[in-house]
Design a protein around this ligand. Sequence first.
Ligand code: MF3
Ligand code: CO
Ligand code: CO
Length: 299
Amino acid sequence: MRFFVPLHQIFANMSMKKFFGGNKYTPNGYSKEVEEKVQDCIRRGYHVPKRTLLRSKEQIEGIREAGKINKALLDYITPLVKEGVTTAEIDHAVYAFTTDHDAIPAPFLYEGFPKSSCISINDVVCHGIPSTKEVIKDGDIVNVDLTTIYKGYFADASRMFMIGNVSEENQKLVRVAKECRDIGVEMAKPWARLGDIGEAIQKHAESNGYSVVRDLCGHGCGVKFHEDPNVNHYGKAGTGMVLVPGMTFTIEPMINMGKFQVFIDEDDGWTVCTEDGLPSAQWESHILITETGNEILCE
Ligand code: MF3
Ligand code: CO
Ligand code: CO
């Protein structure tokens, strides 16, 4: 088998090589400015993303499309998240809508996860398994976390739902958790650091008397479900990986009303609960770092 490489492509690569006097770091189609800035970060010894984490034009388009379906899916299940509905019923709707759009629910059989969605209520922090025995009730705060695979590309996002008469306390938790996510997204711009996101989120959560879960983090996402980097929702500004245009990752802070410690349910091996039994809230966005800031792929 031989590869046929068009001449103009060979010349394009050659001139790039000549121009930078070394190997080109960014994928084809990236601007000269981004290439130069990454090279500069490398020279200065900063932690930059592996080059495979910088998405090609084609990958970005694919992840965008997955994001559109995942967002439509979140909108679609919204009227179902109400008192008296079982979490299994929502999960069935997720499976039906996703497959009707020629897509795959990423959670299904992912590392053995048995359902198509994660639904986490009150003191469940994340990875709640939908069940025919779990009925949504008045006063619940519910996280629905959905991930769609479309043509091999992944989009991941979650939202909170408040059912009926939610206590003032829990309403505030849900609101502040969303603010934490939004503040994190605001900090996510090119040439900033991962620690900038973590510190901003942690400050907002803690200044409201809440804590940030440490044992789970956001993650690179797009070509795989979970990939580098880990996106911690706590930390120190000016530290950690440099954010480079073309990276795609999630920001999904889990904010606890009480202490940050969590444990995994021994019976199912998945359900993550707060250790102190107090409620937890989470909103998740999937973003692309652009040359000017970021683009929301799904939320
Ligand atoms: N959607 C979750 C996340 O935000 C991951 C769920 S993994 C599963 O990363 F197996 F529980 F679905
Ligand atoms: Co995620
Ligand atoms: Co998710």
